[in-house]
Structures are given as C-alpha cells and as structure tokens.
Write a protein that binds this ligand. Structure first.
Ligand code: TYD
Ligand code: MG
Length: 458
C-alpha cells in the first residue's frame, strides 16, 4: 500500500468516521452502513484557505465592511425567494434536498429560466440527465434565452475549469451524488467524494462570488444522502417535501445563514412545471367534509405566515387491551400527552379508546399552537359533536389543562377573517394583544374545560 494512502470506514448515513469496521454506527445507530474508503493523507485537496502562517492577515473593522455588493438576486418565484430569505445572495451555496421525482430539477430549471430572462448568466450542470432529456423537460417549462447554458459533466476539475472560463453568475449542480474528484479514489456518492466535492464547490462559490445550487438526494431516513457534514458546509439547506402522489410540494428551509429557517414555500406540480400556491390555507382547506364530527380548523405559524389546516381525529372503542394511537403529520407523543390531559383534567374517558389524529393535506405541523385543535378534534370525535365549519381555534395546552399564550395571535385572527371564518377561539392571555376585531367573533378561553363546554353548547 502506498505510504500516503490510508483507508478509513465511513458511515454512509451520517458520515461517522472510524478506523475499524463496525456493525452499528455509534453516531446515528444505523446498522451495516460502514464502507471502507481510501483517504489521501497528503495535504487535503481543499486546503486552499490554510497557510495562514505565511501570509500576514489583518483583522477588519466590522463597521467598515460594506454590504453594497451583497444585493440579493430575485428568482421571480415569490415562494422560493421568501424561503431563501429574500432572494439569492451572491457567493452563497444552497443545498436543495428531496426525494427522487419530487421536482428539484424542475424547480431549479425554472429558476434558471427566470434568471436568464433578467440577463443573469446561468450554467446548469447535470450529472444525471443527458442534454436531450433536459431539453425535453425545458420544453414543458417554457422559453429559454441564450443566457442559459447547459453542461453534462461529473468531473469536478473539468467543472471548475468551465466555471473559471465562462464566469457564470449562478451555477446549478444536479446532483452532488454524481460528482467526483479524480484524487479521491472512492466511488461517486460516497461520503468522502460528496464531502470533497462540496468543499471544492464552496471554494468556487466563495472565491469567485458565484451562487451555487446543489441538488442532493435524501436517504430513506430523510437526510441528504451521505454525510450530515454537507449540511454544515453549505450556507442554506432547503428540503423539498410532499407526497409524490399529491400535486403540491412544500419547500422548507432547515438552515439558512441569510434568513429565517421557519419559512415554507408551497408549490403545485402542473404539466408546465411548478406553480406557486400563494394562499396555502385556502388550498389546504379545500374539500373539507361538512357536518362531520372529529374535524376542526387550527392555525400554525410557518415562519411569518399563518397557515390554517384541518385537524381530523377518529376515536373508537379499542378491541384489544392496549389502545392504538396514531398521529400523522404531528408529534405522536404530543397527542398522547394531550389525551392524558383530557382524561385527567376534563374527565373524558379515553384510556380504552383507539385514537387516530391526522393533519389533512399531508402537512407536517409541530407548533404547540395546534394543541387546542387536536384536543377539540378528539373530543368532537369521542362525543360525536360537530364543530361548526366557520370556527377556527388555536392555543397551546399545558399539563394542568390551562390554555397558554401563543405568538402572533393577531395575525392568525386576521388570516381566519380573510378566509371567511366567523368565530375564532383563542387563549384568554392573548386578549390584551388582540382585543376586539371587527367582523369576527372572538371566544377567549383559559381552560380546556371552557373550550369544550363552548363547543358542546354550540
Ligand atoms: P424532477 O424535477 O425530475 O424531480 P427530481 O429532480 O427531484 O428527481 O421531477 C419530475 C417529476 O415531475 C416527474 O414525476 C414528472 C413531474 N413533472 C410534471 O408533472 N410536470 C412538469 O412540467 C415537469 C417538468 C415534471
Ligand atoms: Mg432530478
């Protein structure tokens, strides 16, 4: 074996590094994921920033750094701009993750088209599809002008050379798992390749001020395939999620150095590419059942935007000793906790009942503000009372059955009013911040018991 080559084992799920093979990864606890990879012990390929001892560095005064060059580039896709924190920052590295077939390539191709229209030069580098395949997809999306260039390549040294020569403003790499560097001997898609490739792309982005979008596939656990380290290296991590069988898609920021991470963007897959869904609440509340028990509309803040969703619950007699509980789209443990509160503090007998809770439309919501919605849906199903469909509820529930304050109550009420709801049930503690709103009936509650007796009276 060569002197400067050594092999180490990497967990292909999380990037854990070990000198020996192991059955179970101590990092992510998955089994049989270690693969032997050769690493070069020579100077790392990406050590371009080091050698600080040779060059004298001077610190800069924070006040003197000018931001004029950091103007954001809008993509003309409002939903994407918001998730990015207001547009593309020059020199940023953005990772777009998601299941295969969810629409990553489609979205980025649309971004390229919009940017090219604004005379921004873009380079789309694909390691997955041929030029013909990309052309076919592009035909569905629309007209492209000559600022948009394509390249089918997987060798990063070639890519670096092309970028240096063509000097595009924005580059798309589809996908990072197909890229490789000759000096790393392991296969494309392996931990060391992905890490090294991202490193090189980061140098290009920061060194030349090019904004780079990287597409990454996700594993069955939902992480970007290969190492978690990738997420630490890039500036922004966006996940594209949604049911492949449903037409809408949600773009979520998991990490963002240039904006908030709570923002989501909603899209719908049409036959001409992805369309923005400007009003997700209306979209999600479509097709609600009328006069059905076990259904209530709740509100969750996703970033700066309130989103209304229908929460459904089905409570029925359990046939076995241990009741079944299922939560789809929300936290299972939270549902169990809320059921225990209902049992103990309100005296509703649920211990011998199966319960299924579902957030309609396939949305995932974990904000505690939907607690009141979950509780009322469960009670509504257990007692078979219909909650009128013009009622919206929100509030966090504490362990003693109290209804606690949530943030941005006023905005949630406004959203409900905009969508034509007539009654909003909200925490008593929010009264001082919300007060009275014209045209909508506000029901302030301080205990879950009060909330339940209100819907019983209705
Ligand atoms: P794609 O962008 O190739 O997904 P990814 O790059 O994330 O793997 O998305 C492909 C899917 O989108 C495919 O199932 C076809 C569908 N699609 C449409 O429905 N309409 C369209 O206009 C396009 C381009 C794709
Ligand atoms: Mg693709």
């Amino acid at each position: 074996m060569l002197k400067n080559k050594k092999t180490v084992y990497f967990c292909q799920e999380c990037g854990y590094e070990s000198a020996k093979w192991m059955g179970q990864c101590p990092g992510c606890k998955s089994w049989n994921t270690f693969v032997e990879e050769t690493v070069s012990t020579k100077k790392s390929l990406s050590s371009g920033i080091t050698k600080s001892s040779e060059k004298r560095q001077e610190p800069v005064i924070l006040k003197d750094i000018s931001l004029s060059e950091d103007e954001r580039q809008t993509t003309k896709i409002g939903e994407l701009d918001r998730v990015l924190g207001g547009g593309i920052v020059p020199g940023s590295l953005v990772l777009v993750g998601g299941d295969p077939g969810i629409g990553k390539s489609t979205l980025l191709l649309q971004v390229c088209r919009n940017l090219a229209e604004k005379q921004v030069s873009v380079l789309y580098i694909s390691g997955e599809e041929s030029l013909r395949q990309i052309k076919l997809r592009a035909n569905r999306i629309g007209q492209f002008n000559d600022k948009m260039q394509l390249l089918c390549e997987t060798n990063l040294e070639v890519i670096r050379e092309v970028i240096e020569r063509k000097k595009p403003d924005v580059v798309v790499i589809d996908s990072i798992q197909t890229m490789f560097h000759e000096d790393v001997s392991s296969a494309p898609g392996s931990v060391s390749q992905v890490r090294e490739s991202t490193n090189i792309l980061m140098q290009i982005a920061k060194g030349m001020g090019v904004s780079i979008f990287i597409v990454g596939h996700v594993t069955k656990e939902g992480n970007v395939a290969g190492p978690r380290v990738l997420e630490h290296m890039v500036d922004t991590v966006l996940y594209f999620e949604g049911d492949r069988h449903a037409s809408y898609r949600i773009l979520r920021a998991v990490k963002n150095r240039f904006g908030s991470t709570n923002e989501i963007g909603v899209f719908e897959m049409c036959n001409t590419g992805l369309e923005e869904v400007k009003n997700p609440s209306e979209f999600l509340l479509n097709g609600r059942p009328e006069d059905a028990s076990g259904s209530v509309v709740a509100c969750s803040m996703e970033g700066t935007r309130p989103i209304l969703v229908e929460i459904q619950a089905l409570v029925c007699q359990s046939n076995f000793g241990i009741p079944r509980r299922t939560a789809v789209g929300t936290d299972f443990n939270r549902v169990n906790l809320l059921m225990a509160v209902l049992e103990k503090k309100v005296g509703i007998h649920l211990a011998a009942s199966d319960a299924y809770v579902n957030i309609a439309g396939g949305m995932k919501m974990t904000e505690p503000a939907i607690d009141l919605g979950i509780c009322l849906a469960i009670v509504s199903s257990a007692k078979d009372i219909v909650i009128p469909d013009n009622v919206m509820v929100f509030g966090e529930i504490g362990l003693s059955g109290e209804i606690r304050a949530v943030s941005m109550a006023g905005q949630r009420v406004q959203e409900a009013k905009k969508l034509g709801f007539e009654t909003v049930m909200l925490p008593e503690v929010c009264r001082s911040s919300v007060g009275n709103v014209e045209g909508i009936n506000l029901v302030y509650v301080s205990q879950i018991r009060d909330a339940i007796s209100y819907i019983m009276r209705k």
